[in-house]
Design a protein around this ligand. Structure first.
Ligand code: SF4
Ligand code: F3S
Ligand code: FES
Length: 259
């Protein structure tokens, strides 16, 4: 049976940040009452709000099936996909607060500029098959396919990037830190038996800033695809970087080699 839900939605071109007042942020939270019907998700209610009360409300979405990664937001302070958050999660008399993800600059209302993630993706050297192997000739053992398949589930919702404390509220760290979404990409390529670039671990350390990660695992907790980002990608990449850097034989070899 339908009911009227209380929604509080961020409107304006600013960010709902406790360190920035609403006046400074040029925006504020607005209260609305919106009809909710059985089986609906938060995105349905946002669409109804748009259709009936706020035609200029900016919201990004595409698939409504948890697969395009466009509708990321913070719902009652938790990073979620709006299309995958059922209204039955909340009590009928509860106020549902929807704010934009906050690690990225706000464009308008619930839409942020996520270019940072694409800039970091462009910095990463592409998959490099061995010379002489043409597309169609790639062959991999099933066990190698399975090892990195988990990382291919990423829908680029950037909720992990939004949650990581290294860049959330710390724009100054962005130039040196690629973030968990890109760490899983590095791990995937590192585990790929046909990738001929050997310095993925050094790249993760020197350019992607994996050393900033102190394994809080918040990224893994918010991933809608349940990718075990920290345990299966970040920690193995860190361990291998540490192995190479501090392994006494490697260290001795590098000293002798330098003479
Ligand atoms: Fe989203 Fe998970 Fe991919 Fe991060 S790793 S962008 S949380 S799907
Ligand atoms: Fe950030 Fe995830 Fe590491 S949240 S600190 S990248 S474990
Ligand atoms: Fe595609 Fe939500 S609209 S993930």
């Amino acid at each position: 049976m339908g009911y009227q839900a209380k929604f509080r939605v961020w409107r304006g071109a600013g960010r709902p940040d406790e360190t920035i007042s609403a006046a400074e942020a040029d925006g504020e939270l607005h209260d609305y009452e919106v009809e909710v019907n059985e089986g609906e998700v938060v995105l349905d209610v946002i669409h109804r709000l748009q259709a009936t009360q706020t035609p200029d409300l900016a919201v990004r979405w595409n698939c409504k099936a948890g697969k395009c990664g466009s509708c990321s937001a913070e719902i009652n302070g938790k990073p979620r996909l709006m299309c995958m958050t059922r209204m039955t999660t909340f009590d009928a008399d509860e106020t549902v607060t929807v704010t934009p993800i906050r690690t990225f600059p706000l464009i308008k209302d619930l839409v942020t500029d996520v270019s940072y993630n694409y800039e970091k993706a462009r910095e990463m050297p592409a998959f490099a098959p061995p010379p002489g192997v043409a597309p169609g000739e790639y062959r991999m053992a099933q066990v190698d396919v399975e090892r990195s398949q988990e990382f291919r589930k990423c829908i680029e919702c950037f909720l992990c990037q939004n949650t990581c404390h290294v860049v959330r509220d710390h724009d100054e760290n962005k130039p040196a830190f690629a973030g968990p979404r890109l760490f899983i990409r590095a791990a995937e390529l590192d585990m790929h038996p046909l990738d001929s670039l050997e310095d993925r671990k050094e790249f993760a350390q020197a350019t992607q800033g994996i050393g900033y990660c102190n394994i809080t695992k918040c990224c893994s907790e918010v991933c809608p695809e349940h990718i075990t980002i920290t345990d299966n990608a970040i920690i193995p990449m860190k361990e291998r970087v540490v192995d190479r850097k501090y392994d006494p034989i490697t260290w001795l070899g590098s000293k002798i080699g330098r003479r």
